[in-house]
Write a protein that binds this ligand. Structure first.
Ligand SMILES: Cc1ncc(COP(=O)(O)O)c(C=O)c1O
Length: 405
């Protein structure tokens, strides 16, 4: 079954916008995705029909808000094949989810322990572990990539050893689009007894994620990269680990008993969710997941692959353009540099033509240094993009090239 692209696009009100009189061509989906009407409606419905705080109110609105909010947790649990709904911890996004885990690990790591990440990390998964290592005295090791942006699996295999306590890996690189073989990498890490976190910020919107099948211990992702709202995300973790995980923030909701002298913590999932949560965000994220799940996943993947194939073919034929990141298994991310031009200038000229891309280091400064570029221009595709939009990108790039020559 193929996607009915026109019908799908019609569900995203923003896609009919014009920028300076030109149709918006939104190719910045790795930064954040646009929101379908179903998600916008869910947010409006919450605020217009049952806005109240959750878990603590003795009134109808609070009950309804709590029901919708907790139902959203069930939706996430089903979506990622969690063993239990308590394994789904609401966070503000991937970054906070990684911080919860790294903060807890920092209290358990000691000098001589090793933490392994890769050369393709987003800062969220690099700086956080770097700081956890600095706090604990553990060593941070970096698994290298090849020049094409694929992880060097042999080097990875030699870097995981009996001192490796934690491995934290991106499912998909935001800067290069590389899809990592996370199941195999997880297996290698588990074989030496390490815990494994998968940074799923980019992986979550491009297929099916089954945390049981991957075999990892933690999986982190954000609502806004999955057609949902900003400010909401998920830490999934194995129940046995989360039950005893050092608490992240303290305050209301997460306690069992409080005296002036000391406090005890509540049970999962609340013990890791201090304070009033992002209720509307959770409900909106569930609406996004429900919307996404009614699509044919094979058709989604086929469409995204057609987009990146067309983009790659046109990029390869484009004199003066160098693709950064040519992994054999990639999602719809095309990072590139134009000879003699700064990516920011390319982005600016494209923007004048209605084409939204991202330029810069993509929160991956060490990766840019490793690849010998100051930054890249990045077009990232989503299910609502069309092949015509890929063509529009390259016509605009021709213009940019001639203007910058
Ligand atoms: C691979 C990766 N990890 C982590 C993050 C951080 O996500 P957030 O800013 O939603 O917390 C991003 C965001 O771009 C990302 O692409």
């Amino acid at each position: 079954m193929s996607l009915d692209l026109a019908a799908l696009r019609a569900q995203f009100p923003i896609l009919s916008r014009q920028i300076d009189g030109k149709p918006l061509v939104y190719l910045d989906n790795a930064a954040t995705t646009q929101k379908p009407q179903a998600v916008i409606d869910a947010l409006v419905s919450f605020y217009t029909e049952c806005n109240a705080n959750v878990h603590r109110g003795a009134h109808a609105l609070a009950d309804e808000a709590t029901r919708r909010y907790e139902h959203a947790r069930d939706t996430v649990a089903n979506f990622i094949h969690a063993n239990d709904r308590q394994e789904v911890i609401w966070t503000s996004g991937t970054t906070e989810a990684i911080n919860i885990v790294a903060n807890g690990m920092a209290q358990q790591l000691k000098a001589g322990d090793q933490v392994l990440v890769t050369e393709m990390e987003h800062h969220a998964n690099l700086v956080t572990w770097q700081q956890a290592c600095l706090r604990s005295g553990a060593e941070l090791h970096i698994a290298p990539i090849y020049d094409n942006g694929e992880l060097d699996l042999n080097a990875f295999a030699t870097l995981v050893n009996e001192k490796t306590r934690f491995v934290s890996l991106p499912h998909v690189s935001n800067a290069l689009g590389t899809v990592n073989p996370i199941k195999e990498l997880t297996r290698m890490a588990k074989a030496v007894g390490a815990l494994v976190l998968i940074d799923g910020a980019q992986g979550i919107a491009h297929g099916q994620v089954d945390v049981q099948d991957i075999g990892c211990d933690f999986y982190a992702f954000s609502g806004h990269k999955l057609f949902g709202p900003t400010g909401i995300g998920v830490l999934w973790g194995r129940q046995a680990l989360l039950e005893n995980w050092p608490v992240w923030q303290t305050g209301g909701e997460m306690i069992a008993k409080v005296t002036y002298e000391c406090s005890t913590w509540g049970s999962l999932p609340n013990r890791l969710e201090a304070g009033t949560p992002n209720i509307a965000g959770a409900i909106g994220m569930a609406a996004a997941i429900n919307w996404f799940m009614q699509l044919d996943v094979n058709a989604v993947q086929a469409h995204e692959q057609a987009l990146i194939r067309s983009a790659t073919e046109q990029a390869e034929a484009f004199a003066g353009l160098t693709i950064i990141g040519n992994a054999s298994n990639k999602i719809g991310v095309l990072s590139f540099v134009l000879d003699g031009s700064h990516p920011a200038d390319v982005g600016f000229i494209l923007d004048r033509q209605g084409i939204a891309i991202r330029t810069g280091d993509h929160c991956a400064q060490p990766l840019m240094r490793r690849l010998g570029v100051p930054g890249t221009a990045r077009a990232s595709f989503s299910i609502y993009n069309s092949l015509d939009e890929v063509d529009a990108l390259f016509s605009a790039l021709k213009k940019a090239q001639s203007m910058l020559a």
